[in-house]
Design a protein around this ligand. Sequence first.
Ligand code: 5RP
Length: 234
Amino acid sequence: MNTSTPESSAPLTQDQLKTLVGQAALRYVVPGEIVGVGTGSTVNKFIDALATIKDQIKGAVSSSVASTQRLLALGIPVFDANDVQELAVYIDGADEIDGQGNMIKGGGAALTREKVVAAQSRTFVCIADESKLVPVLGHFPLPVEVIPMAAQRIMRQFEALGGRAQIRLKDGSPLVTDNGLILLDVRGLQISDPLAFETEVSQWPGVLTVGVFACQKAQVCLLGTAQGVRTITY
Ligand code: 5RP
């Protein structure tokens, strides 16, 4: 465990905790290499920090259109995942992380590309504020990216597991992901065996990606706490 003390005694806001862990993640970036970059408000802090050392890296592989736009705007080259064999490190946030490094991801709708980039990375470093640490995954609605024609059947399959699935909307219409598909958000699940759950749901016809990251779990979590950045390794 590695703990640093914040400078002010006033409680840090969630935004300040995100900034802290985003900056702390810089120590995992390997000079001269390409870094895997996730998606979300915490990762945006990391991207901003990464821009300060952009001359020391080759560039990034990005997990979403939004992160790509932010990286490019800050002058960080973005490589196609197909043009890179293996990444030393992938930095991303999470909606929930448990005591073993399993996560729920996809609150920002980027779960599929996040899983793809995580899969080609040797080390997953999760950056999160302490509200994300949970004993059991499932309080956060589980995102699942699906093919539209399979949505209703998959929703019934989740009902059979005790979940309540809804299609994620944006401006009153189904949100369309970067991959042109739609998302379900499933409430009411208690995911006590994330690896078994991910393995099963990933095989349901029409599921592109389930937002449980157990096969691609974190090896490190940089957790923003009132006492500073806590480093957890799994
Ligand atoms: C996006 C994600 C994000 O990592 C997750 O939603 C956490 O986001 P934030 O850092 O904004 O809390 O999985 O698909």
